[in-house]
Design a protein around this ligand. Structure first.
Ligand code: G
Ligand code: G
Ligand code: NA
Ligand code: MN
Length: 257
């Protein structure tokens, strides 16, 4: 309705952009990548968060696809820029949130391939984050798209794992590379022994499937220590870095030790 019209205009006129939240390897806290988080800045309404506009946008496929393409273009152009600049290897990966329904759209693969082609990059530095709740459970179709994306070098991450929707079937039946532990379970680690056993179990299960594990929403040193002790590969959260501007992210890449 009203908000949808405003959003369409914002998308066309540059009112939508992305914050870049760093992710770090748990070995020595080395910068590993960034997650793109959409932000809508309206001169009158102020900052509008994705929890409010993503569901509105995703109700209509054209709009939803427009954000996905915009995010992919942002990611691929930055990866190309890092390549051109000759930044020290490894180039950080860029993670883009993809609505589950795209994995059921027959032209999604072509859309992705076209963006990569446009910027002259391959998919090895791209990760697609997918939430469990957005993935309707037709594993065969989604898995087929994921495998095609894998051939471009793109890795798929199961986002928000450990919430009410979690199913072991996601981890065993889809061609995933990464599991992201939801911040709600990370936040329980400090005071809740059951949450610790849950996380330990998920990490072991993920490793059994050859998946890397990212802890998201790490806010305290104690949480970070638990995460490390479980052998989780990567961490993301306010303890380490908040979402930041693209230029701040680029500066961070240059400043790496
Ligand atoms: O900072 P945070 O409020 O950005 O994000 C809130 C939620 O919105 C998260 O679940 C995040 O995955 C989702 N989100 C952020 N940016 C995007 C985006 O570009 N596309 C989609 N589909 N979801 C996003
Ligand atoms: O669902 P998704 O995982 O993509 O959501 C990422 C969301 O989590 C974003 O809104 C981001 O701003 C937020 N976020 C990132 N790090 C932290 C953190 O340490 N604590 C909390 N509470 N939120 C975080
Ligand atoms: Na995400
Ligand atoms: Mn998440």
């Amino acid at each position: 309705r009203h908000i949808r019209r405003l959003f369409e205009t914002a998308l066309q006129e540059g009112g939508i952009d992305f914050h870049w939240q760093p992710l770090f390897s748990n070995r020595g806290d080395v910068l590993a990548g960034f997650e793109l988080l959409a932000r809508w800045r309206d001169p009158e309404l102020g900052d509008i968060y994705p929890d409010e506009f993503i569901p509105v946008a995703e109700a209509e496929h054209n709009l939803s696809r427009a954000i996905v393409e915009y995010a992919l273009d942002t990611a691929a152009s930055q990866i190309a820029q890092w390549q051109t600049d000759g930044v020290q290897a490894p180039i950080p990966y860029v993670a883009v949130n993809i609505p589950g329904r795209e994995f059921y759209e027959s032209d999604f693969y072509d859309c992705v391939a076209a963006v990569l082609e446009k910027h002259g990059v391959d998919g090895h530095r791209l990760v697609f984050e997918l939430t469990e709740r957005s993935l309707i459970a037709d594993f065969e179709v989604a898995a087929r798209t994921m495998k095609r994306l894998n051939t471009l070098g793109i890795r798929i991450a199961m986002d928000d794992f450990g919430t009410g929707y979690s199913s072991i079937a996601y981890l065993t039946r889809l061609p995933l590379s990464i599991v992201k532990l939801d911040k709600s379970v990370i936040q329980r680690l400090e005071h809740d022994a059951v949450a610790r056993e849950l996380v330990r179990g998920i990490v072991d299960l993920a490793h059994g499937q050859d998946l890397d594990v990212v802890a998201e929403g790490v806010e305290t040193r104690v949480q970070h220590e638990w995460i490390r002790s479980f052998g989780c590969e990567y961490s993301q959260g306010f303890l380490l870095a908040h979402p930041e501007s693209r230029s701040a992210a680029c500066q961070r890449v240059v400043d790496r030790p």
